[in-house]
Design a protein around this ligand. Structure first.
Ligand code: ATP
Length: 628
């Protein structure tokens, strides 16, 4: 993997056109990436890696993208290998003949099972020549491993993993093992990998000289837009190879990456953020985000905020939507909030998010655990994408698409128009108070003339929560990365926990606070059992903290944490260097609220968001002042 501008994929590749691409092509590039922290250099290595593939073995491109990200399929497919680190370690022991105990010792020194495998495999002398691994073959075997299920599957999984490790050479072993334990950590994230692929396709289709920077940036923008609308890498790569450009098209049945909102610090701030533009105040319901797809042919699917398929958990919601839809509608995608409700002869009452989460799977038929849908957007209707229309037009389409909506079952999200000539602050404040009285969390302020922006946290949508008048405007979603041992009643349990935010630029978890309130004894007990499975010997290279907890955890969960305010800290490292050159930001008086199974650790609150919250704190909270 070289990084020159004048790189020639034909003369520098490890193989020639028409032959299957060797896995060593990826392993060599990953090794080169791991040796640098420079973003530009990393993206050049990735660019060259993809350029060679597009020229010589375009059919290996999809597998290469997945192997580089460290997954086996599109984000929404959630295919996992389901083979633990201890099984992989047994495989290494079988291949190298080194005892498990020696492997464990080496792991304690090296901190990475891939490096350990390389160490012992390179000490071996092989007599038999091994056939080089190809990218397609590795990927096919991993897919087979993932699909193994039923009796004897763990033995079969282990055999496939052992064969793969045995067949790998030099750096291949390192990345094979890391792929198996699902921890690539080469220092390149999904976004940078996909951006490099988009740039490589421009080089591939550009015949004379090098393409301009503008052309490359345009390709990256188009790629991101297409990816957020339809995160189907196979489809996108096919278009890139054939045409060198991707068309932004939504596909009912494949989840769209949802649009997100920016926080505000209070009514005045929210109104100011709307500028001069016309907007509405929509109630912010306290439930679960649901994107519902109706495909031609009649299939209905529900996807979570995290692109998880939740259809099986909400058969009642699917049926309710079908009933509310105009029977003439052939396909559609709507965005809504599923809320737990209690129905009675007088109507319905909204219940809290906790009551929705506590609902047993598919319990709807028993008459308990009812849900209502509050629909707030439409992204596709009858074969046409509608996300790029203005919100006002989308709302008109929604009304027409759902003529048979019913109170307590399927409703349009309540919205209050804010007239141009009104006192906007007063009108918004009374909408907020009305939403709170109706049992909602607050408001979403939305500009009427704007489009739906998939995958973006956009300031076209501003959230205004009630909590801002009690404490910090918004909660943080943080990842437990370590803990201390509890005292007294809590002896034997973990308390406090060390919580971290995620910095996508530096690709590291940065500590924000220690949290020790808001937990039940039951929670402590379960956490001990759970985290015992996720203990690591020391902090990962991508943990950044001045704290020294007694135990360290792998980043496996995301928890919602509330706090009083954000301060500059000498030990915590969120947004390190952004507010103060040698200090980070910390959350004061943190309190656990709930787990966020719908967010992966990399979807935790980012250090930039914490920075924005810190800067926004100085803005006065008008509602609090008014209420005093
Ligand atoms: P984030 O901090 O990533 O925005 P979050 O998942 O913590 O997300 P919230 O801060 O609670 O979310 O706010 C956004 C969420 O509010 C949406 O994802 C959606 O589930 C919910 N929501 C409720 N009512 C509406 C509405 N009318 N319009 C848009 N979203 C709504």
């Amino acid at each position: 993997a070289v990084e020159r501008e004048d790189y020639d994929p034909l003369s520098d590749a490890l193989w020639s056109s028409g032959q299957p691409a060797p896995y060593m092509h990826l392993a060599g590039a990953f090794d080169a990436i791991s040796q640098t922290k420079k973003r530009l250099k990393i993206s050049r290595i990735l660019l060259n890696m993809f350029r060679s593939l597009l020229v010589l073995s375009p059919e290996s491109t999809v597998a290469s993208v997945y192997l580089t990200i460290g997954t086996l399929g599109a984000e929404f497919s959630k295919m996992t290998l389901d083979i633990g680190a201890s099984t992989v370690s047994q495989c290494i022991s079988e291949v190298t003949g080194v005892s498990r105990q020696r492997l464990r010792q080496a792991y304690n020194d090296e901190g990475d099972l891939g490096d350990v495998a390389v160490l012992f495999k390179s000490a071996q002398t092989t007599l038999m020549p091994v056939k080089p691994l190809t990218i397609s073959d590795v990927f096919a075997k991993l897919e087979r491993l993932a699909k193994e299920s039923g009796g004897g599957s763990s033995t079969r999984k282990k055999q496939i993993a052992t064969d793969l490790i045995r067949a790998s050479k030099g750096p291949e072993t390192r990345y094979m093992v890391r792929t198996l334990v699902q921890c690539m950590r080469i220092g390149a994230n999904r976004t940078s990998i996909l951006q490099s692929l988009a740039r490589a396709s421009v080089f591939h289709h550009h015949r004379e000289g090098n393409p301009t920077k503008e052309r490359l940036d345009e390709a990256v923008d188009a790629f991101e837009k297409a990816y957020f609308l339809c995160p189907d890498i196979e489809e996108i790569v096919r278009e890139l190879i054939l045409k060198g450009a991707v068309e932004s098209k939504l596909k009912p049945g494949i989840p769209v990456t949802p649009m997100l909102a920016k926080p505000s610090t209070g009514v005045e701030n929210a109104v100011e953020l709307m500028g001069e533009e016309e907007y509405i105040c929509e109630y912010k319901f306290d439930g679960q985000r649901a994107q519902i797809h109706l495909e031609e042919g009649g299939k209905v699917s529900i996807f979570s905020r995290n692109l998880d398929d939740k259809t099986a958990s909400f058969p009642d919601a699917c049926a309710q939507l079908r009933e509310a839809l105009d029977p003439a509608v052939s396909s559609c995608v709507v965005d809504c909030e599923i809320v737990a409700v209690e129905r009675s002869s007088q109507g319905y009452r909204l219940l809290s998010f906790q009551e929705l989460s506590a609902r047993p799977r598919g319990d709807a038929q028993k008459g308990s655990g009812d849900v209502a849908l509050f629909v707030f957007d439409i992204l596709h209707l009858d074969g046409n994408d509608t996300y790029a229309l203005a919100l006002s037009e989308r709302h008109e389409l929604l009304k027409r698409a759902l003529p048979r909506r019913r109170e307590g079952f399927v409703m349009l999200a309540t919205s209050v128009a804010i007239p141009d000539d009104s006192n906007r602050v007063e009108a918004t404040r009374s909408a907020l108070l009305a939403s709170l009285r109706a049992g909602c969390e607050g408001l979403m302020l939305k500009r009427l003339a704007k489009t739906y922006e998939p995958g973006r946290r956009s300031d076209q949508w501003i959230k205004l929560k009630k909590d801002y008048c009690e404490e910090l405007q918004d909660s943080l979603d943080l990842v437990p990365i370590g803990a201390w041992w509890g005292n007294g009643r809590k002896a034997g349990w973990f308390s406090p926990f060390l919580m971290a935010a995620w910095d996508p630029e530096r690709e590291e978890f940065q500590s924000v606070c220690r949290v020790m309130s808001g937990f039940s004894d039951e929670f402590y007990k379960k956490s001990r059992e759970f985290f015992d499975q996720h203990l690591i010997d020391g902090p990962k290279g991508y943990y950044n903290t001045g704290e020294k907890p007694a135990v360290w955890f792998s980043p496996v969960e995301t928890w919602e944490i509330r706090g009083a305010d954000i301060t500059v800290s000498p030990v915590h490292r969120a947004a390190f260097g952004k507010v103060h050159e040698s200090r980070g930001l910390a959350l004061r008086f943190p309190r656990f609220v709930r787990k966020r199974p719908d967010k992966t650790p990399e979807e935790a609150t980012s250090s930039d968001q914490i920075c924005e919250m810190f800067q926004a704190q100085t803005v006065k909270c008008s509602l609090r002042n008014q209420q005093r």
